[in-house]
Each structure stands twice: as structure tokens, then as C-alpha cells.
Design a protein around this ligand. Sequence first.
Ligand SMILES: [Mn+2]
Length: 583
Amino acid sequence: MSSVTAENGPALPPSAPPQRPRQVWVLAQPHPEASASLATAARLPQVLAELLVARGITQPSEAHAFLNPSPSHLNDPFLMLGMTPAADRLEQAIAAREPVLLYGDYDVDGTTAVVLLKTAIEMLGGVARFHVPHRLREGYGLQSSVLEAAHTDGVRLVITVDTGMRAFAEAETARQLGLDLIITDHHLLEAGDAVPHALAILNPNQPGCNYPEKSLCGAAIALKLAQAVLERRDPVRTREKTLPSFLKLAAIATIADAVSLRGENRVIAALGLLELRHPVGAGLRALFAAAALDPAAKPLTGFDVAFRLAPRINAAGRMDVASEVIELFTTRSTGRAAELAAKLEHLNRERRETEATALTAIEALLATSGELADDRLLVVDGIGWHRGVIGILASRVVERTARPAIVVSVEDGVAHGSGRSVDGFQLLNAIESCADLFTRFGGHAFAVGFALPADRLPELKRRLRLYAEERLAAGEAQQILHIHAELPLDRITPVLAGWLRKLEPLGHGNPEPIFVARNARLLSPPRIMKSATFALNSLRNRPAEQPNHVPRTRSSPAQVPPSAPSAGTSPPAPRFSVLPKVP
Ligand SMILES: [Mn+2]
């Protein structure tokens, strides 16, 4: 449901320096024996072994697979429950050149899933149409009216991507119309084990599915269906040529949809990023140009995808119509691709401005409302804040306050809310405790969304305040910075940086390593390089005698936590930071 979409945020007005919460550094429990034995057996640097052990990787063979993702690590698609009937029906439609309707979602995951299946179907000689709902006008999920219109147009097979697990009523509409429905989705089921009635359901999270990778994103499940029909046609060509080219989009979706970058997801993301060094489609090239990325010169990282590509793709769905993303990725015209990429760029800028304006308003509210300042769970509401950005706004409030936060936008008497949580607080449970107030709600521990009549908002705030008072401690909120390992400054070398790059793509489930070096001291003040980087010169461990061990280091901008003892901090290579990222 949720995606990583935050881009390095807009600069705050200089007049309103944000009050950042106190930061506490928590050093991960070290595993000296397990990491020493892995380091020896797999011939890895000790600190890399430590990071791998912390990720649950203790055997040399696991470490080797993790550090060297290969196409042979992709699972057989037919391990997925429902794959045989789904592939049979799709092959039949392709053979008869029967139009297939692909029904997507408006985010990166949903739109790239549509592109993947559409491309595969057309490659095999079939005919594909698609529908992506308008976020504001139609909302999330399958719509019966679209099924009815498709049926009138002669469609007899509908395949959902990244949506459909809760479409019980719409599945019934499809059945009555005589439409065959294949649901491909990764979202969890609602309470109970019931699934909609359909010809086939592809979702590793459904009961009875033994597919080994449970956390595929929607586009990856679409990829598995494409892989199934393509491999039946030509297994060798599929493995060697077709599948790698499909991994590009699946990698973008996997990183953008914030699924765990472990197991098969890591294989998809890592191999897809490699393939993205040579983008062939006009749309990808135009998108890279718009984002000022040149993957041929500098390999893409998970960060590039999550914070530079995904926000641009998502902007279409947030601010306007996502169907243009599908056109962007399928057009063969360089001119049209450039035009669409420019439009995405414009929408993304508009999204950032909208977000910045609302954020300024929220910060003013936080600064002036004494009641809010005491709340342990923050609920901030405003009139007409764009619904496409309230989730991002909630994340920003959490970053600034270290408290769970809900941002509500009121429009035409309806309050739409989006919330984000902090470690250790189950936000969905908080929302569920007020279930009777909502017309719709959903989410998980860390992110929720809901709608309710605006006149119930005071009651919602009252009940959430009580709920939070019983479960969250009072007093100053603390932000926790998880430090993964100790790394003395004299162990930081280019060779080590090379090893650490093998952990890419970094992201959910495979976090960017954060190190601490003790007893280091700064010999000269840090120099601010750009808004996003600064250089530290002549950092060294106190007993060390070589002053220029680390000639220049980069990190994200951040205040050094006041609680930090004389801890020196020094990232060796561009791609890691010792200090926290502060957008
Ligand atoms: Mn998704």
C-alpha cells in the first residue's frame, strides 16, 4: 500500500528552525563469535560479517548468495498457488487474440505491474488493455462500473495487478457478467482466510500458498505470471533475454513499494539495477534524464530509485493521472517520452510545493498549539490539504517530533487521514480501537489510512488521545538512531568501501549501515559543501598518528546529537552515513 516517496524535502523557511527531538544512539548487539567465524570461512572483512550476521546470515553459502545475486536464485513461478490455471487462461486469451483487461493501481508498483504484463502479452502476440483508477475521482481498488464497461467492449478476461484481494463484491459482479477474473496482489488478507471468488488468485500471502517468497510486491507477482507464460513458450530465451529486461521495472517497483529487500526481492532489485545501466526504452531514458541520473556512468543505488525515480513516477498518481506513467514506459517515441517525463517533473515539483506549504502550516500549528505539544499521538488537521501528500506529511511530522502522527485533510465534509508511527507503537491497533467512526480504514503497524465524516473528527481526536495516554510514555520524545557496528577509523579503507557496496541495493530489510567510531576527535570544523553534504577533514582516532587517514568524508546533513560524547563519526565512502539522515 505505502511506498517510499519522500524526496529530500523542501528546505524549511529559515525563520522557523524545527525543534528536533532528542536523539539516542543505540548500538546493535555485537555477535563477535558468529561474525569472526563467518569472516574466516567466507573470507570477508570482519565488519561486513558483523553486518551480515545481524541480518541473520551466518553460513558462508548464504553470505555468498547474498553478496552475489544471480538469475538462478529466482524461484519457479509455478510454486505459486493458482499459477497453473492463471497461466493456462492467459495463454488461451493470447492464442485467440482475445483482449485482456489489466486493472492496476495508481502507484509505482501498480503502474509498473501493468506495463510488465502488457509488454509480455503483446510480446507473445496477444492484445492487452488497461485501466488505472484515478486516485481522487475513483479511489483505490477494483470498480464494478469498469468491469461492466469492459464487458460491453468485449473483454472476457480481467487480470488485476497490485489490487483485488478485498474486491469481494466486484468479483461477484465479474462472475455475474461472465468475466474470468485473475487477481494478482500482494496485500494481506483481511481478518479471516476468505478470498474473493475468482478463476485464480496469485498472492503468496493467501492460505495454502507455499511460494517461498512471501513479500513480493505487486509488480513482482505480475512478473511471475509473465515469467510463467514466457517460460512455457521459450524457457531458454526467457531466462537469458526477456526476463532480465523485465527485471528493470520490477526492481523499481520492489524498491519503491518498500518491501523487504531480502530473498527473491533482493535478487530482483539487484539484477534489475544492473540491467538499468542500459535502459533501452524511451521512457526510462527520459525519466533518467529528468532525474539527472546517468546509470551508465554511475550504477544506480536503492537510494536513487527510492528517492529520485519513485517520487517522479508516483507524482503522476498523487497529483493527476497515473495512466500517463504507463504511456511513458510503453511509448517508442523519444519526443513523447520527453514530454511525459517533463510532465512528471512538473507534477513532482507541484507535489513538493503542495507538501511544503502544508508542512509550514503544520509546523505553525505544532509551535502554537499547547494542547498538541502535550499529545503523545499527534493528530493535525487542515482544510483542503492535497490528499496525495498527507501520507508524506505524516512522515515529516514523525521525523520532526518522534511521535506517531496522523495528518487529516477535510474536504466537502469528509475527513481523509493518513498516519505514520514510530518503533514500538502499533498504529493500526490505535485506529481499530475507533473502527466505528470510520467509513473506511486500513493499513499496518507503521502506516494507516482512513476516511470519516468530518463532524466525527473531534470524537476521533478525543479517543485517540486517551488511547495514546494509556500506551505511550509522557515526556520528551526520543528519536532512536540504530548503529549497526563499531568501526575504528583506521579500518576504513577503499577496499572495505568496495565490500560494503556489495550490500546494495540498500533499503527496507537491508538498511544502510551506520557505524560508530569511538574516541575520535575532529581536528577542524566541518565544512558545508552543498545543502546535502558536508566534508569532515582530519578526523582520527585519538591514539592514531596519521592525521589524514580520512581525507574527506561525506555524510548527510545533521546536527551532531547533543548527547553524543566525543564520538567522532566518519563515513568512508559516499554511500554511507554515520549521522542520521535529516530530510
Ligand atoms: Mn503494491
